[in-house]
Every structure is written in C-alpha cells, then in structure tokens.
Write a protein that binds this ligand. Structure first.
Ligand SMILES: O=C(O)C(=O)C[C@]1(C(=O)O)C=C[C@@H](O)C=C1
Length: 356
C-alpha cells in the first residue's frame, strides 16, 4: 500500500473510533445522572482499576500495556469531566511533582486547582471547593512526608486511591554550570539528591522552598545571582530553564507514593490497602499488644510510621498500612481487637493497591 492508501484506512478507523467514543460519552453522561441521583461518588477508582486490568488482559494487538493505560486514562478523564464539574486540588504551582501525579490519575480533561500548601489541599476538599485532593505521602528514598501524615489526625477526609510516580530530578538553570552558586528546591528533593549534591556542589548554598516549581521560578528570576533549581522537566519547561544534568537522584528507582483524598473511601477490588492511625495507652507493652492484633488475624502490615501526638510530650500517633480492605471480615476483626488496646483508632481509608 502507498502512504496515501494507508492514510485512507486510518481516516476510516478514526471516524469509527470517534463515533464509538461519542456513544461511550452518551452512556457516561447517563452514569453521571444515576450517580448524582443516588448520591454516589463520580470518581470510581475500583471501576477504573477493574476496567484497565480487563483491557490490558484482553489486548492482543501490538499496543503495549503502557499505551493502553495512557489512552484509557484520557478517555476516562473525558468521562469524569462529562459527569461532573470535576476539580482536583494539588500542591502548586503548576508543574510540581504532585501536579504530575494528579494528571497521571485524572488525565487532562478535568480542572486542576493549585494550592499553596498541603493543608490548603485538604481544606479545599473539606469545603467542597474541590472534588478530590492529591498529596504526597512517602518517597522510596526519603521516607514519609510528615506534614501530610499530621494533617490526617484532624481531617474528616478519607483516602480513596493511591498514585505511584517515578521521580527523576534534574539540575535546572539558565546559566552555565560553573556560574551556579545557590541551589533551590523542596526539602524532599534535596534529600533524594544528597550524594549527588555532595559530589558536584559541595560548596553551594542550599535554599529550601515550598515546591520544585517555585525553585524553578527563582532559578529563572535570579540567574544573574547564580541561582539553579533541582526539579522535574515540567518545572523547567514552564520557566524556560535548561536541563543542565538529568536524573540526578541518588537512587535510579526513586518513586513517590501520592494519595487521593475525598469525602469517601473506595469499595473493595480484591487487591486493596488500608491505612489507619492509632494512639496507644501510656502503659508498658501497649504498642506490642496493639500490633499483636494484626498478627493474631494474619494481617500483613506493610508500613508503620510514628509522629509526635502534639497533645502531650513523648506521646505518639502511629500510622499503619495493612493489606486488605476494611470490609474484609478478618481485617475488620483485627481493627476491633486493636481498639481494645488503643486510646484512638482512626480509619483513613481502603483503596486499590495499584502499582500505577
Ligand atoms: O463507570 C463509572 O462509574 C463511570 O463513571 C465511568 C468511568 C469510565 O469512563 O469508564 C469514568 C469515571 C470513573 O472513575 C470510572 C469509570
């Protein structure tokens, strides 16, 4: 076939695809009407998870899994926008890693609301000015994002999904490497690139700012003073900076786990994770007794973090992630048992334990 002949076939398929997408949009519109009538959540992570798994398994063509997921991410993003005036709050400004994580989950058709800090993200969702919020919870190199953990103590919000995003940090500047005197970035990113900084910029001043996008803005504004930033490629593009060196994080597989918070948690999918927080009574052996509850009901605990309670010195809140859904009978029993050893137990949510 000649190029023109192949393109005639592609045009015919595209017209069928568009017709099918319009038919899908009509059905999605109906779903939105039913959900609003029945007071159901518009975003359905359990349905998206099941749909993506089914499509990937069904696929016999030459498109790789990554492409199927990316295409359907945008199809479902368009669906979300059709069903509701969907607004997603995230730590801004535009171009932060949290923004990129949010786009990975919700696609390009919904509206994004950049916020000045994590507390504002929670607040916008609690006040229903945003439908969902996206916040980082932990990084595979640097560990927990303690500010996010602390916000869950007093928040009425629940976790309904998680997002895993590979984080590739870069040295960004509009000046040559030799002229760089000060590095700007978010404290988490400095932590992720500690060894690289010691090796390449042992004498540079490190200045912590609220986000990698803010760091890139400063690198652009104060180039004449020797400013550079550590951050992602989107932050570079938005601020017309060069990538002086790419992939500078100490661990190649550096990944951040983000959470989606909303008013409600997510129904079971068969492969779920549950996050809780608890405080134990101030008496000998109380933490061991509390943790025994998971052992007794054979619940796998994948993570534990502690944070000062901020109520009393040397008193702690523990954050735990468990395998399973809070509606699973074994996990529900383990949580009941846990309550007998604790002064506080709070369920933060159950959500698909996806690797995406
Ligand atoms: O099935 C639903 O509940 C829908 O809202 C439709 C749909 C889709 O496009 O398939 C869109 C958004 C939801 O998060 C899940 C799935």
């Amino acid at each position: 076939m000649t190029l023109d002949e192949i393109r005639v076939h592609i045009d015919a398929i595209d017209s069928q695809l568009l017709d099918l997408l319009s038919q899908r949009a009509d059905l999605v519109h109906e779903v939105g009407v039913v959900k609003k009538r029945d007071g159901l959540q518009i975003y359905a992570p359990e349905r998206e998870d099941a749909l993506l798994k089914k499509l990937v398994a069904m696929n016999e063509g030459r498109l790789p899994e990554r492409s199927i997921r990316a295409i359907y991410r945008e199809i479902m993003s368009a669906a979300l926008a059709l069903e509701d005036d969907m607004k997603i709050a995230y730590l801004g400004p535009e171009g932060t890693w949290t923004h990129q994580a949010a786009i990975k989950k919700f696609g390009h058709s919904v509206e994004y609301l950049p916020q000045a800090n994590f507390a504002e993200v929670f607040d916008q969702v609690a006040r229903r000015k945003a439908s969902y919020g996206v916040v980082p919870i932990e990084n595979s190199t640097e560990g927990a994002v303690s500010h996010t953990l602390d916000l869950f103590v007093d928040s009425p919000l629940r976790i309904c999904a998680q997002i895993l995003l590979r984080i590739e940090n870069n040295l960004l500047a509009s000046i040559p490497r030799e002229e760089i005197k000060t590095l700007y970035s978010h404290p988490q990113v400095f932590g992720q690139c500690k060894n690289w900084i010691l090796r390449h910029f042992p004498n540079a001043d490190l200045v912590e700012v609220s986000s990698t996008t803010r760091a890139a803005q400063i690198a652009s504004e104060r180039a004449s003073e020797g400013a550079a930033a550590l951050g992602g490629t989107l932050a570079a593009e938005l601020n017309q900076l060069e990538i002086i060196e790419s992939s500078i994080q100490d661990r190649a597989t550096n990944t951040t786990r983000f959470l989606v918070v909303s008013e409600k948690t997510c129904p079971p999918t068969g492969n779920d994770r549950t996050s809780i927080l608890f405080a134990v009574r101030d008496q000998p052996g109380s933490l061991v007794d509390a943790l025994k509850a998971f052992n007794a009901f054979e619940i796998n605990m994948s993570k534990i973090e502690s944070r000062p309670s901020k109520q009393k010195d040397w008193e702690y809140i523990f954050y735990v992630d468990l395998a399973g859904h809070c509606e699973d009978p074994k996990l529900a029993d383990a949580l009941k048992e846990l309550e007998t050893h604790c002064s506080l137990v709070k369920l933060l949510g159950s959500y698909p334990d996806s690797e995406e």
